[in-house]
Design a protein around this ligand. Structure first.
Ligand SMILES: Nc1ncnc2c1ncn2[C@@H]1O[C@H](COP(=O)(O)OP(=O)(O)OP(=O)(O)O)[C@@H](O)[C@H]1O
Length: 900
């Protein structure tokens, strides 16, 4: 049976706290849905506890013996059967009050049926919360303010019998006593007295008498020795002579040339020290001593009033020995003498400057909080980092166990639909914080948080319960198509980790483990940091600096070289799949091999995320590792621009953006592309113009084709794409991109930046070559001056490339040769087992150059073929169009360029 996390409150699920009661059964009734921060916490909670219990019981009755979804969602197990009467009893024992603000005390009056006046109720509430505020945590009163609320207190208390601990309110006493202290301080400070218009005659009225009571603070705190102090306290409250320095002493005021070294931080100081002046030290001492109550002095532990800071003043506070004076009545009393020790008369401090007479103003923050060692800490710390301590101070019953934290759901949607309610409608496993994945002893992973979500499943941050290592676990959807593809991902990663890059040098994600949990394949990876998309987002979609881009590009090219050498295609390179190893270092790793394949087994035709999709994939021609180089080029351009260079809203829009920026694909590609007819038409204007043999369909033509071939109600129409850049051609887009702020006023730096941009343009032209046969390989790109930082002279051709071919792209003969080459190298590839049947049956080649007539003469035919040959591989079009860079407008680009 799952443990029941009642009485547990959480603000975020990660760091929750638990208030427990000694009675275990009570745990079943505590309201963890209530926020601890709500002032009416207890009030609501007691009602809600009952309601919730009833609700859950009724829901649970629908799922006999099991845990209802409502309970599971709240991290609860099956309901326990506590008799209602017992529950109510327990609920009354359990309460929580806001300890810091008297006004926020939240127990409702109607909860208590006792006949109580306000003070009694107040003290009762505080006892209920087990909260006795020690002096060091009391609120600091304003020494210049007298609150009349306290005037009546001593009489009232004495009538009620303040020695009755159960009815006393320590907090009120404390406040009252503090006011006394301040008054005492005030009377002994002639400056303050003058300021307040006090005169001696007023000292003796009844109210002032009470206010002038100068007793050890501890006597009002029953928390230490309540039985002993009660009588003393009572007598002192009522006796006009008790410990009253002011009552018999005008000389005090002559002490204005001396100030006691003790500050008013200590009530005991006030009792004794203020009367010590040079002129009549002894007399005053005697007077005071006559009024001194030995019992109280001995039994009371002289606590400091915490209204004052505890640091830096300890030397000024007299010890208990100091307070037991020589020649006092203590000496005459044998019992007192037994414990009494000689008193050292406190030293006095000479007043040399006017500033020495300045009152010491309480520097303690108004809403301070206490830590366990009675040091004051800020409210922020008390309610965040020290929250557990704060609760412990509030209630001794409070305990905290992270394992009992409520389970915060991480998966959306979180409603169970499949797999016995474990999976949601998308076949994603419904993950909770503190779930444990895996069952084997050293392969159990505690779920901590969600890291990301993708087509194949969710990635969560986990801790290996045995090794305590923090890792990332990818929980694959339970559907077979995702499972099969993810097995391939695991196999490829295993191959890379163990054979291709055993020394972990080439920036590939490391996989540590894999297991099945509730029908879900779980892949355990090393934990990485932000992905590059998140990095750009953090940078407000402003491009990164060229040196940083270079660092990233170098590492990516190293990885791509290894992949090419091993004939592996990643097939889904994008900023989201490139992760920083740690947030503060520019080292990165490539993740997500879920779409990867061997170059000799290119089964799927619908691959790559749209923005990073190579033209050969859009056109539907066989592909190779060069599609990764295309994605790489898109990523580098995006890192520079801050937003994707080809943010296509549809495949057609993607192709049209590519054509706008880089020109038309060579004829041979269109000729053999299975999808060419979808997006392109023969250019009828001049059949002999081989250079412009094809043209992109217009939006209207696209929509007509779409309407002819699809359900008219269920079709997404093409619309003119949003223009993100003012310029269309690659060199212009790069050149006119925003100049980074730090160098905007530095002409030399701008000049250098523009030279670097020329180099980048040349680099991007090479890797974003539409023609996959001429596109640079990663090995070639690694030698470019943009990477090597060698001098860039304006032109660069990779070693071994045929310069002539670069300039003869659209020549018919060239097309013919390249088409034949391409067909030959990619023909009759073996099909991967488990691939979709239609894909296996379909030859990888589409239209040969001779079949291009089909495009011009029979569009419908082509479209039928296209419809049939759509791969069933994961659809990667979703999601990315709504990315946040959409917020950026073309105006920014315009602005940036005018800055140049
Ligand atoms: N090892 C890791 N460490 C930290 N975060 C990770 C890790 N692996 C993945 N992520 C995060 O999870 C997100 C999704 O991961 P991944 O791309 O592997 O899932 P997917 O389902 O294959 O996604 P896609 O839709 O791209 O195919 C990543 O973008 C990344 O932010």
């Amino acid at each position: 049976m799952e443990s029941i996390h009642n009485g547990t409150m959480s603000s975020n699920g990660n760091a929750a706290v638990q208030i427990t009661n000694n009675d275990n059964n009570l745990k079943n009734n505590s309201p963890f849905n209530n926020s601890i921060w709500k002032a009416n916490y207890v009030e609501n909670s007691q009602q809600q506890q009952q309601q919730q219990q009833q609700q859950l019981q009724s829901k649970d009755s629908l799922t006999p013996g099991g845990v209802s979804p409502a309970r599971k969602q709240q991290g609860m197990g099956p309901p326990s059967s506590i008799p209602q009467q017992q529950q109510q009893q327990q609920q009354q024992q359990f309460s929580f009050t806001n300890p810091w603000n008297k006004n926020d005390t939240v127990l409702p009056q109607q909860t208590y049926n006792y006949a109580m006046d306000e003070d009694m109720l107040e003290s009762f509430k505080r006892r209920k919360s087990s909260l006795v505020i020690p002096p060091s945590r009391a609120r600091a009163p304003n020494p210049f303010e007298f609150n009349f609320q306290y005037q009546a207190f001593p009489q009232q208390s004495s009538q009620q019998g303040i020695n009755n601990n159960s009815n006393s309110n320590p907090y009120s006493y404390q406040q009252y006593q503090q006011h006394q202290l301040y008054n005492t301080h005030q009377y002994n400070n002639p400056n303050l007295m003058a300021a307040n218009g006090n005169n001696n005659s007023r000292f003796f009225n009844q109210q002032d008498f009470h206010r002038r009571q100068s007793v050890a603070a501890s006597q009002f705190y029953p928390s230490t020795n309540t039985s002993n102090i009660s009588n003393n306290t009572k007598s002192m409250m009522n006796s006009p002579n008790s410990v009253s320095m002011q009552s018999n002493n005008n000389n005090i005021h002559s002490s204005n040339t001396y100030l006691p070294t003790a500050t008013p931080t200590n009530t005991s100081n006030n009792n004794i020290m203020v009367n010590n002046n040079n002129n009549n030290n002894n007399n005053n001492n005697n007077n005071n001593n006559n009024n001194y109550n030995p019992n109280s002095a001995i039994t009371a532990s002289f606590r400091r009033l915490s209204a004052y800071p505890t640091t830096g003043i300890s030397s000024t506070i007299p010890s208990q020995q100091q307070l037991l004076r020589k020649g006092s009545i203590l000496e005459a009393s044998p019992s007192a003498a037994a414990t009494a020790q000689p008193i050292v008369i406190p030293t006095m401090k000479k007043v040399n400057f006017k500033k020495d007479l300045k009152p010491i103003i309480n520097p303690t923050p108004k809403f301070r909080r206490a830590s366990l060692n009675s040091k004051t800490i800020s409210p922020l710390l008390a309610l965040t980092r020290n929250l557990i301590t704060t609760y412990q101070l509030c209630s001794p019953d409070f305990t905290y166990k992270p394992s009992k934290n409520p389970k915060r759901v991480l998966t959306k949607p979180s409603e169970g639909k499949f797999n016995n309610g474990f999976d949601n409608v998308n076949s994603d496993y419904i993950l909770y914080v503190n779930d444990v994945l895996g069952v084997e002893q050293n392969r159990k992973y505690l779920v901590l948080d969600i890291l990301g979500q993708g087509t194949f499943g969710q990635v969560v941050k986990c801790q290996n319960l045995m090794t305590k290592e923090i890792l990332a676990v990818k929980v694959i959807k339970s559907r077979s198509e995702y499972l099969n593809q993810s097995i391939t991902e695991a196999k490829i990663l295993e191959l890379i980790n163990s054979k291709i890059d055993p020394e972990n040098k080439f920036h590939f994600l490391r996989m540590f483990d894999s297991f099945i949990h509730k029908n879900h394949l779980c892949l355990v990876f090393e934990l990485l940091s932000n992905n590059l998309y998140e990095l750009l987002k953090q940078n407000q979609f402003h491009g990164l600096s060229l040196p940083l881009i270079r660092l990233f590009a170098k590492q990516l090219l190293e990885s791509l070289c290894i992949l090419k050498d091993n004939k592996l295609i990643h097939c889904d390179l994008k900023p989201e799949n490139i992760l920083l190893c740690s947030p503060d270092k520019p080292s990165l790793k490539i993740i997500d091999f879920g779409s990867s394949c061997e170059e000799t087994r290119t089964v799927y035709t619908y691959i790559q995320s749209r923005f990073y999709r190579a033209p050969e994939i859009i056109l539907g021609i066989p592909y190779s590792t060069s599609i990764d180089m295309w994605s790489f080029g898109c990523i580098i351009a995006e890192l520079f621009l801050g937003i994707p260079i080809f943010p296509g809203a549809s495949e057609y829009n993607q192709l049209s953006r590519i054509i706008d920026t880089l020109g038309y694909p060579p004829n041979w590609m269109i000729d053999i592309g299975k999808n060419s007819g979808k997006f392109l038409l023969l250019n009828d204007d001049d059949p002999n113009d081989f250079k412009n043999k094809f043209r992109l369909k217009t939006i209207d033509e696209m929509n007509k084709t779409i309407m002819n071939n699809n359900d008219k109600n269920n079709v997404r129409k093409e619309e003119p794409g949003k223009q993100y850049f003012k310029w269309k051609k690659l060199p212009e887009i790069i050149k006119n991109s925003r100049i980074p702020k730090p160098i905007q006023n530095n002409p030399k730096a701008i000049e250098q930046e523009l030279l670097n941009r020329d180099c980048l343009i040349n680099f991007l032209k090479g890797v974003l070559n539409i023609n996959p046969l001429e596109r640079w390989t990663p090995q070639q790109a690694s030698l470019h001056p943009f990477i090597t930082q060698q001098l860039f002279t304006g032109e660069w051709f990779p070693p071994g490339s045929n310069i002539n071919t670069v300039y003869r792209q659209h020549h018919q003969n060239q097309d013919q040769n390249q088409s034949e080459n391409y067909v030959a190298t990619n023909q009759e590839q073996p099909q991967m087992s488990g691939a979709p049947a239609q894909e296996q049956a379909e030859p990888m080649l589409g239209l040969s150059s001779s079949s291009s007539s089909i495009i011009s003469h029979n569009h419908d035919n082509i479209n039928i073929i296209d419809n049939n040959t759509q791969g069933t591989h994961s659809v990667q079009d979703g999601g990315t169009t709504s990315r946040e860079f959409n917020k950026l407008s073309i105006e920014e680009q315009t602005l940036a360029s005018t800055n140049l």
